[in-house]
Design a protein around this ligand. Structure first.
Ligand code: UDP
Ligand code: MG
Length: 329
């Protein structure tokens, strides 16, 4: 065992190529501001030699209906050495847009990619620290919010409840980490092997493995424009997170069935005693017994069917079963 892990060094001692991936959906109000801030950040990182001058910002237009793509195109035209972009054919949602950007960065041969929101809620200055972690050998560095004062109470509480529930159901999620994180090339390659259509990156990334780290930052207010995650989308996102990761709700159906059958035993005793004492309407006993017993059996059967459906569901994802991190040849 070596006592020091191999740091993320790049051949020829060059600085790593770090692409910054920013999904944008109808962000015309905030995009010029964001581009200014992150553009300066990238340039200063390049000038100080922390990242390679081949690094780019990849804006992903997630099928916007406003001038977002025109803005991205003109940013690229005026500064092609930093600003770049891809346009999705239609709105596929934040997670898919993010994946598209990360895979684009991988395709272009980046050494690492950082993803962040378009609204400057994620602090671009945290990228420096992420890169430090990366240089020390960490393949995944999470940006974790140290303060969420700028989010509404409702959003904070529901988010915490949701993460708690996810963990109870056996999914690893990093608390208070949105999608602001750095991923090294090996981690991106591992991610590229996840073939699932229902994407929940916050759940997938922790399952990739690798050495990981955390960087804390303060979550700012949205710089301009309005949230693209209304309650409706938040709910859909939560349900997506649960159903694309675990078959736990099906185990619960099974559990409820077992409880119902156990309870039916109590009811059988109670009913038979009442019948023996003679003060019951005729037909009541058989009805009472069948309602509980049959109800419980139906729930158990549903649970059993659910278990198989759950297995089929997980199999159809064709997730990679392992990722090799290092080879000694
Ligand atoms: N976003 C996207 N596609 C969508 C919805 C959102 O690419 O369908 C992007 C959006 O442009 C932003 C990020 O996802 O960069 C996070 O969205 P937002 O800031 O509106 O969410 P909130 O911070 O309010 O949760
Ligand atoms: Mg936001």
């Amino acid at each position: 065992m070596r006592d020091e892990m191999e740091p993320n060094m790049v051949e020829g001692d060059d600085a790593p190529v770090m692409d910054l991936v920013i999904p944008c959906f109808d962000e015309q109000e905030v995009l010029p501001t964001t581009a200014g801030v992150v553009g300066r950040k990238m340039r200063s990182l390049m000038e100080s030699g922390v990242i390679s001058s081949k690094s780019r910002i990849i804006f992903v237009d997630d099928g916007s209906t406003d001038a977002t793509w025109q803005i991205i195109s003109s940013l690229h035209a005026s500064d092609p050495s930093v600003m770049d972009g891809i346009k999705l054919a239609h709105n596929r949602g934040h997670q898919n847009a993010l994946l598209a950007g990360l895979m684009e960065a991988l395709r272009r041969g980046c050494d690492a990619a950082v993803s962040m929101d378009a609204d400057l809620q994620d602090d671009p200055d945290a990228i420096d620290e992420m890169l430090e972690h990366y240089r020390s050998g960490e393949q995944i560095v999470y940006g974790v919010r140290s303060a969420r004062d700028t989010d509404t109470h409702f959003k904070r509480d529901t988010a915490h409840a949701f993460y708690g529930l996810m963990r109870k159901m056996g999914t690893e999620v990093v608390d208070d980490c949105a999608d602001f994180r750095l991923m090294g090339r090996p981690a991106l390659e591992a991610l590229s092997r996840y073939g699932e259509v229902n994407l929940f990156l916050r759940g997938i990334v922790p399952t990739l493995g690798f050495r990981t780290g955390k960087v804390f930052y303060e979550r700012a207010e949205r710089a301009a424009g309005t949230s693209k995650y209304p309650l409706r989308k938040m709910m859909a996102f939560a349900i997506q997170g649960i159903t694309s990761f675990t078959a736990a709700p099906m185990h619960w159906v099974m559990g409820a069935g077992v409880i119902a059958v156990l309870f039916s035993i109590v009811m059988i005793v109670y009913t038979l005693v009442s019948m023996a004492l003679g003060h019951v309407v005729s037909g009541w006993s058989s009805l009472m017994i069948s309602v509980w017993l049959v109800g419980g059996l139906i729930m158990i059967s549903l649970g059993v069917v659910g278990e198989y459906v759950g297995k089929i569901y997980l199999e159809t994802k064709h997730r990679p079963r392992y990722t090799i991190e290092e080879r000694l040849d």
